[in-house]
Design a protein around this ligand. Structure first.
Ligand code: DQA
Length: 144
């Protein structure tokens, strides 16, 4: 079966407790469950991971080259700062990468308006909460 890596960056392990007014009450485990169901319906195996460490995300993007057919990534705050994640995604090209954010980063502080992931992603889904993850899976599946 084809595998999709779903990679989550810093502080996303705190979903459900973290700023619920912005991120809602859904936990990352709930989102993983949604993704597994959506993946099963699309015939995709889901490898769902989270780390607070930038280098782990870089390692996992590199690992995806041999183990996955696509990546869904919510890089959290590293989205706005990480040239290392940008370069890692470039290095696995043409593996399709879809960027996801729970919140609408463009309607928030100016420092969230820039994404280092967006220029190397197929596309970005933001502002739809947890639904964004399953939308991203559909977007990847449509390209395979
Ligand atoms: C986020 C948006 C980022 O700006 C923030 O740093 C996060 C979460 C989102 O999913 O809305 O950690 O990626």
């Amino acid at each position: 079966m084809k595998t999709i890596f779903i990679l989550n960056g810093p502080n996303l392990n705190a979903l459900g407790k973290r700023e619920p007014g912005i991120y809602g009450g859904t936990t990352l485990a709930d989102i993983e469950e949604d993704c597994r169901k959506a993946g099963a319906a699309l015939g995709l195996e889901i490898d769902f991971r989270q780390s607070n460490h930038e280098g782990h995300l870089v390692d996992w993007i590199q690992e995806a080259r041999d183990k996955a057919v696509g990546i869904v990534i919510n890089a959290g705050a590293y989205t706005h700062t990480s040239i290392a994640i940008h370069d890692a995604i470039r290095s696995v090209s043409p593996l399709p990468v879809v960027e996801v954010h729970l919140s609408n980063i463009h309607a928030r502080e100016a420092f969230r308006h820039t994404s280092m992931v967006a220029p190397v992603a197929v596309g970005m889904i933001c502002g739809f909460g947890p639904l964004g993850y399953t939308l991203a899976l559909q977007a990847i599946a449509a390209r395979l």
